[in-house]
Ligand binder design. Structure first.
Ligand code: F0G
Length: 459
């Protein structure tokens, strides 16, 4: 497969969407109107949108065809059975509960098993996962291996759980732990994979302390590809077999089909425990819908079912992981500081290293993200002090890292789009010394401030 350098996209284009070329002056005006917050832009003013890989991918011909099979029966739709079969082919849990997206699955599960006094470990909680745990009064604890906190530490499975730390937590507070979570791949840690060996070790601890193990499996196929290509003895195994191995080690899962479901919306909650499933279904009916559609239309269930068949294909995953690394490799050669090794779905620029003259409380990640937009119409996402710096007690401290995430939507941009991104990032980083920090306009939003805060430039 690697005889040629060029990454062949394993598809050709069937329907095209226009992207609008804007001038630098238009972009400077648009970002000013948006208060220098990229979430507040009109997406028509974005040329290459790398804000997220969630729900932004292109569906295939066969997914659009499947949509025509969508059956909108309120109960027992054939589309539900198609969905159920596709999910359980990879994840043979006894109960599958469809939801409108990943956080709805989290909300339902943690409402049932969370609560004050409980503690839920994870390699690293994604922000909605943490928020849903904390909303019940429970505590969310991140136990990724130490390498997972260091942007430049090289480790093949940098998303692995720190097994000793988990053992210590379970020894001290086992009775308070209703579930152990592992996120595959570890998004908040840079899209880093978790090995089968690590999952087995976590499983063994869960057995010893009689605690169930759940996976946050949004990017499970990308994780399986890393296992296949990096873990001893896995190279010749089909991806679906590796996925089923991960499933066999777990008692349940939450899923956002907006990532490795290759769909624009959807998700599910799955588990083996009958009583837990009953309690979750009761909540589902209150907040999402009847158990055979959850928060979804029949056509969405069909699109996800077909997406699941496509996402485990090796040609697709080979292209996916290589094309993400293509962006990372080019920026690395150009000397841009990055989180390494490259994750599956995104490349993370280390803004703190690139802008050492901008202190963290002047938001170097935000300054860099704004500059990428003004220079070339590229929208990334600050993951740093804007996102994590403000604390419940009102204090503000620098986040662990100041990063800009360039997330790659699935099957959406071609190599020439990415070549353009590389050029723009280089041009901005060449004059990084000229970039100035930002001040957040007060009063700032009271929660999740990164979505709505407004900024002004410092002199
Ligand atoms: N878990 C992980 C690891 C995620 O990355 C996300 C979403 C969710 C859960 C929630 O799923 O959006 O369907 O409710 N991540 C997106 C991102 C939003 O940009 O990384 P959702």
């Amino acid at each position: 497969m690697d005889r040629y350098q060029t990454i062949i996209e394993p598809f050709r284009i069937h329907a095209v969407e226009p992207i609008r070329i804007t001038t630098r002056e238009e972009r400077a005006a648009a970002i000013e109107t948006a208060g220098r917050n990229l979430f507040a832009l009109h997406a028509d003013n974005v040329l290459i949108d790398l804000l997220t890989d969630s729900g932004t991918g292109a569906m295939s011909r066969d997914q659009w065809a499947a949509i025509q099979h969508g059956d909108e029966s309120y109960a027992g739709s054939p589309s539900w059975f198609t969905f159920l079969e596709a999910v359980t082919e990879l994840w043979p849990f006894r109960h599958v509960i469809p939801t409108h997206q990943g956080r709805a699955a989290e909300k339902i599960l943690f409402s049932v098993i969370g609560g004050a006094g409980k503690v839920i470990p994870n390699n690293t909680h994604f922000d909605t996962t943490r928020a849903n745990v904390e909303a019940t009064g429970a505590e969310a604890v991140d136990l990724v291996i130490p390498e997972g906190h260091d942007p430049s530490a090289i480790h093949p499975f940098k998303g692995n759980v720190d097994v000793d730390a988990l053992e210590a937590l379970l020894t001290a507070r086992g009775a308070d732990v209703p579930v152990v979570f592992v996120t595959i791949t570890n998004n908040s840690g840079g899209g880093q994979p978790v090995s089968l060996e690590n999952l087995r070790a976590v499983r063994a601890l869960c057995d010893r302390f009689r605690v169930p193990l759940f996976l946050d499996a949004c990017r499970f196929a990308e994780n399986a590809w890393f296992i296949k290509t990096r873990e001893l003895g896995q190279a010749d195994r089909p991806i679906p077999d590796i996925v089923r191995d991960m499933a066999a080690l777990a008692d349940g899962m939450t899923m956002s089909a907006k990532k490795d479901g290759l769909a624009n919306i959807g998700g599910w909650l799955a588990m083996n425990d009958d009583a837990l499933a009953d309690a979750c279904r009761n909540l589902l009916i209150l907040t999402e819908g009847f158990p055979t559609y959850g928060g979804l239309a029949g056509r969405d269930l069909e699109a996800i079912a077909q997406g699941l068949r496509e996402v485990v294909q090796e040609e697709y995953l080979h292209y996916r992981i290589r094309s993400t690394a293509y962006l990372g490799d080019a920026l690395d050669v150009a000397g841009v500081p990055l989180v390494k090794p490259f994750g599956g779905h995104a490349i993370y620029l280390d803004a703190r290293a690139l802008l050492p003259h901008v202190p963290p409380l002047q938001y170097p990640g935000q300054a860099l993200a704004v500059a990428l937009y003004v220079e070339g119409g590229i929208r990334g996402c600050e993951i740093g002090t804007v996102m994590f710096g403000r604390h419940p007690d009102g204090s503000e401290t620098p986040a662990a890292m100041d990063l800009v995430r360039l997330a790659i939507p699935r099957r959406t941009y071609t190599q020439s789009h990415i070549d353009y991104v590389i050029e723009v990032v280089q041009r901005v980083t060449d004059r990084a010394g000229e970039l100035r920090g930002l001040r957040m306009i007060q009063p700032e939003p009271t929660s999740l401030r990164h979505f709505t805060a407004r900024f002004e430039p410092l002199a």
